[in-house]
Design a protein around this ligand. Sequence first.
Ligand SMILES: C[S@@+](CC[C@H](N)C(=O)[O-])C[C@H]1O[C@@H](n2cnc3c(N)ncnc32)[C@H](O)[C@@H]1O
Length: 282
Amino acid sequence: MSFKPLVTILREVVCKQYFERMPEPETIMTGEKVQAFDAEGNPDGTMAAPHLYIISQVSRTISGCKRVLDLGCGSGQLLCQVAEINPEIHFTGVDLSEEMLKRAKIRAESMNLSNVEFIKQDFTEVQGLQDKRIDGIMCVYALHHLNDLQSLKKFFKAVNSLVNQDTSIFIFDFCRLHSEKSIDFFVEYRGGERPLSREDFRNSLKAAFSLNEFKMLLDEELQRKVDFFSTRVMKFCLMIKTKEKFISEEKLDKIDQKLSLLSQRNQKIYNNAFCKQICKIG
Ligand SMILES: C[S@@+](CC[C@H](N)C(=O)[O-])C[C@H]1O[C@@H](n2cnc3c(N)ncnc32)[C@H](O)[C@@H]1O
């Protein structure tokens, strides 16, 4: 029996200082990293369980919206599934990586989705979207790519220029851990098989902003009220969102069907690590 999980929990609970943030080596994802990241979204990949949890949470958050922006949509693994479950909503995926956008467009076409479009833009400087009557904004696993707090501040300013008191907002990302040893633990247990994915996961955890940094900047820059959620004991991910709304049985069934397609391991991770562990925090 390994004591590593227990030791990591103790370390994260007791330690007061945080790991010093190290920005990602590349802000925009290109080359082999794109392929590796994309593959992790498959039913046996490391992103499949978190993605399904996010799909379920996003669908509840943006229910009733007409036009939703996905900032940092990547290869569309997540966005296309959200669009499939919510056919009455029009989605615009925004990313700066041509390679990611190319994959996203191919994926949307192969899924016959007519409710998604993609544009190449820097999401810290969103332009030309103010007139689009956006009533929902989502941003998943993208903010840790930003270089520094100034860029994160710029991002929230840009988001604020698009929202009003009714806009639905959903943000999900990694959260800064206290120690590099805890990062090693997560990479060992959840980093997957592919060396490139493990490296990407390690870099992402090292580049994560802290809960307090998110809170401070949201307080300063965003006029819309949001709630904060995180994993119960070790806060390695963070979900920031507006209130959930009703979603139909039909959509819940579609989410259940997607769950049944995941590998056994990922079904367990979905049920135990995400559905049971993520809760509202102060
Ligand atoms: C880890 S991927 C996440 C993709 C997707 N949201 C998901 O969860 O599958 C992060 C994406 O953010 C994009 N990105 C990073 N900084 C960006 C910026 N300033 N503007 C637009 N896209 C950006 C990267 O190119 C990459 O495709």
